[in-house]
Design a protein around this ligand. Structure first.
Ligand code: ADP
Ligand code: MG
Ligand code: MG
Length: 533
């Protein structure tokens, strides 16, 4: 009773305070490297990997260029301003365009792109505010990359900036254990264990840690599934999917450390907060972000298979991401699958009939989810309705969707009906050439800006509220005693525990300010002298 209430208050306070403070408990030091110990794989020694994909690599290459000759400075600034231009809108877009033309396209400017070869040089000189378009700009961008890939890149590899990159890389590859984090309250419970909030000691970054109990995984044959979830999570890198930052193990658990989503899941928002259902503005915004996440997965030949409001989580700003890729599968182009997987009420007719399918099932589930966000019930199952799965299956296969709720407007009804076409060939999203993002339902969404995370959310979570059930709700001490782990299990656990995920880790180091701080503390002097010892 009261004591449980007090425990919950203490746990909430610790968790909320950790989120607010940027306190860092450990300081990070870079290792001294010997040439022999500082090796990258052969496939990693490319310009794309070192100077574009790796966030810390990109920063250090930029710093190198800016201390290099005028041509390199111009190239670096050109790429920077171009990426600002591509996401700007209205007035600031015109402004960015004018600046680019004046700075880089006019031969009398000291940052004129003088390295461009003949044809691109002509395009560049002829560029004006009036004829500025994606094609011409793309051509100049490509020529700029080709220039940087040549001499500047070769010089970078011999510079102290690259030595610094290798130091960071070494740091990234350290072994991760429980001691790397502080642990806070439980936020949710899954099939194999709980999800709690954690904080990295050396950066102050908050994450969610999904703990999978080793003995439970073995008993329920979940080991292969856990590895699949981990491998798919680390592959995707999107603003609209919960990203994996670390995968490690302790004696009893496998741990997936992911983006913390303090705003709670959409199911909680539909049913537990205020009047049931969401305002149309929120429905459209979340649906747009869900589509962006789904398209990202599909572009990598990954089918999500578990789309439902419960698996869509809100971050601190009110933007949403897909989570729980436990049922996701990767299918090479052209390959189909007929395995029954998903949640009752959200499964497409082709899944229920155990026919072959690909990405069509996610579009069906999106139709169900939009319906549920509006009406606080599923198209073929009422909220809390006690009904057999076989009856839900029958309705899904035979009944037409009904829109009795007055909150459905014409475009919403239309897009849902198109996602809920029983035959895949007629379903929106399933035929090339018709893009769901062009539907009238999304007329107020600027997808290009949305993809860059620049559209203001229609609703923002309150920073002093925990959007999860009280902690006593999650207490469960049932133990599994009869499970023995053997060498085969250990081999699997090792395969799972790969430590920090490169891009996520580097982004954490940069965003927390630790990157600049440590670089300064290590002395930029080291960067102008040769760092090799
Ligand atoms: P399962 O695969 O067993 O369904 P989930 O990955 O869905 O497990 O996690 C269980 C619950 O934990 C979720 O429903 C949600 O409430 C909570 N949760 C999961 N991931 C996060 C996260 N990244 N941030 C905050 N809460 C989370
Ligand atoms: Mg789940
Ligand atoms: Mg799952």
């Amino acid at each position: 009773g009261d004591l449980a209430g007090l425990d919950n208050l203490v746990a909430n306070t610790a968790y909320l305070n950790a989120q607010r403070s940027e306190l860092r408990i450990d300081t990070l030091r870079l290792p001294r490297l010997k040439r022999s110990s500082a090796q990258l794989a052969a496939g990693e020694m490319t310009y794309e990997f070192l100077c574009e994909q790796q966030p810390i690599g990109r920063r250090l290459f930029q710093k190198f260029l800016l201390t290099s000759n005028l041509q390199s400075v111009a190239a670096a600034e050109f790429l920077q301003e171009l990426s600002q231009w591509s996401v700007a809108v209205d007035g600031s877009k015109d402004e960015a365009k004018r600046r680019i033309v004046a700075k880089f396209c006019q031969p009398q400017s000291c940052t004129f792109l003088s390295y461009l070869p003949g044809e691109e040089a002509d395009v560049c000189r002829a560029l004006s505010e009036k004829n500025f378009d994606e094609v011409k700009v793309g051509q100049i961008r490509e020529a700029t990359r080709n220039f940087l890939k040549g001499k500047p890149f070769q010089q970078y590899l011999k510079s102290p900036f690259f030595y610094r990159f290798l130091q960071w890389k070494q740091c990234e590859r350290q072994k991760i254990t429980d001691r790397y984090f502080y642990e806070f309250r439980t936020l949710g419970k899954g099939g194999f264990g709980e999800v709690c909030a954690v904080q990295v000691k050396c950066t102050g970054q908050m994450y969610a840690c999904k703990k999978l109990e080793k003995s439970r995984l073995k008993k329920k044959c979940g080991e292969r599934l856990a590895l699949m979830e981990k491998q798919i999570l680390e592959k995707v890198n999107s603003l609209f999917i919960v990203n994996l930052a670390y995968a490690y193990e302790n004696e009893t658990h496998l741990c997936l450390v992911m983006d913390l989503m303090p705003g709670g899941d959409l199911r909680f928002h539909i049913y537990e907060l205020g009047p049931r259902g969401l305002r149309m503005e929120r429905v459209v915004y979340y649906a747009a972000q869900i589509i962006t996440g789904i398209l990202h997965l599909h572009s990598m030949d990954i089918i999500y298979r578990d789309l439902k409001p419960e698996n869509v989580l809100l971050d601190g700003k009110g933007q949403c991401r897909l989570s729980d890729l436990g049922l996701a599968v990767e299918l090479p182009k052209g390959k189909m699958i007929c395995q029954k997987a998903g949640t009752t009420g959200y499964m497409a007719p082709e899944v229920l009939r155990q026919e072959y399918y690909r990405t069509s099932v996610d579009w069906w589930a999106l139709g169900c989810s939009i319906y549920e966000m509006v009406a606080a019930r599923l198209p073929f199952k009422d909220f809390k309705e006690k009904v057999q799965n076989s009856e839900v299956t029958r309705r899904t296969l035979e009944d037409e969707v009904k829109f009795e709720d007055k909150r459905f407007d014409a475009p919403t009804k239309d897009i849902i009906a198109q996602f809920l076409k029983k035959k895949m060939v007629y379903r929106l999203g399933c035929h090339s050439g018709v893009d769901p993002r062009n539907h009238a339902f999304f007329k107020n969404i600027h997808f290009h800006r949305l993809e860059a995370g620049l559209v203001e959310p229609p609703w923002v979570p309150r920073p002093n509220v925990v959007y999860a059930k009280d902690i006593d709700h999650y207490q469960d001490n049932s133990e599994l005693k009869d499970v023995k782990l053997d060498a085969k299990d250990e081999k699997f656990f090792k395969e799972f525990s790969t430590g920090a995920v490169s891009i996520q880790w580097q982004t954490e180091i940069i965003n927390s300010g630790v990157f600049e701080e440590v670089n300064n503390a290590e002395g930029n002097g080291n960067l102008s002298e040769n760092g090799w010892k």
